[in-house]
Write a protein that binds this ligand. Structure first.
Ligand code: CUA
Length: 313
């Protein structure tokens, strides 16, 4: 019956997912059984006790004690069993094992930031080893977000001023989608990312050197990738249209008026400063809402973004 399961739910990627699916399927089949039983009996009785003659009178039956006990006790046992299975599963989902890999997760408009114990930080994309429990400690820098990984069957609100946590035990190597399920503003749907579940070796390799693919990319191409994956795209357009931040179109080499009345030439140093210390110079007509990327970009990635902005003529 795996095909039926896959019609209703994405392929399971964690130990907990299988547990949830088993319980879901149990409830599903109980429902199917009672639907067939009740709808079947109903149809049968409609036919069996139809009025045959105009003067036919139904005998008066007030109740049936045995039948009433049966249809009360059996459902009671079924819902109590479902409650215990569900409660057990819920406890498994909430309380993780002690020896998990702990990763900090910060939600902010409109990007997910991850921080590993060794200081590695990533945005919207993370690598974790297969068959090792992972615990996320989550908080928000602004509004309420909600962290959801459908194939792991885990979901938890991410709140400002409070930590929430979430754990899972990934069982399948592969790429899993993560998303925000709390409407948090215009860029809500951009809070979309990937969890790469890889072998222990590949995980170590990634921690040391970063992504193999991006290491070989030309700067401007890498810049474009970062522009899309690191959240720049949500506030900075490429076609000149206005969003929360200035468009990148033709920006390089222009002179812009700042809020404090000064004028600034958009060159490499200004772009670099704006990425790392966004509050330092605010262009007039715009809000100071950009988060800092300090520590989030490798030197080469910064150069790549600057190069990419330069190519936007
Ligand atoms: Cu964050 Cu929706």
């Amino acid at each position: 019956m795996n095909w039926l399961r896959s019609l209703m739910m994405p392929a399971p990627g964690s130990s907990y997912a299988t547990e949830v699916d088993d319980l879901y399927m149990l409830i599903f089949w109980i429902n199917v059984f009672f639907f067939v039983l009740i709808a079947g009996l109903l149809s049968y009785f409609v036919w069996r006790y139809r009025r045959r003659r105009p003067d036919e009178i139904t005998p008066h039956i007030s109740h049936n004690f045995k039948l009433e006990v049966v249809w009360s006790v059996i459902p009671l046992i079924i819902v109590v069993v479902i409650f215990f299975l569900g409660f057990q599963s819920y406890m498994n989902a909430r309380i993780g094992p002690g020896e998990a890999l702990e990763i900090q997760v910060r939600g902010k408009r409109w990007v997910w930031e991850f921080e590993y114990p060794d200081g590695t930080r990533t945005l919207n994309e993370i690598y974790i080893p297969v068959n090792r429990p992972v615990r996320f400690i989550m908080s928000s820098e602004d509004v309420i977000h909600s962290f959801f990984v459908p194939s792991f069957r885990v979901k938890m609100d991410v709140l400002p001023n409070r930590y929430t946590d979430l754990w899972f035990h990934p069982t399948e190597e592969g790429v899993h989608t993560l998303l925000c399920t709390e409407y948090c503003g215009r860029g809500h749907s951009d809070m979309l990312g990937q969890i790469h579940v890889v072998s222990e070796e590949k995980f170590r390799e990634w921690q040391e050197q970063g992504d193999e693919r991006t290491r070989a990319m030309p700067l401007a191409e890498l810049g474009k990738l970062l522009y899309e994956s690191r959240g720049c795209v949500t506030c900075h357009s490429l076609d000149g249209s206005r969003r929360e931040g200035p468009s990148f179109k033709g920006i390089y080499g222009e002179t812009h008026a700042m809020r404090d009345g000064t004028a600034v030439l958009v060159d490499e140093n200004y772009i670099r400063e704006s990425i790392l210390m966004p509050q330092a110079k605010i262009r007039s007509g715009y809000e100071a809402i950009m988060p800092t990327y300090q520590g989030l970009l490798r030197e080469r990635e910064l150069a790549a973004l600057i190069e990419f902005i330069k190519t936007q003529k």
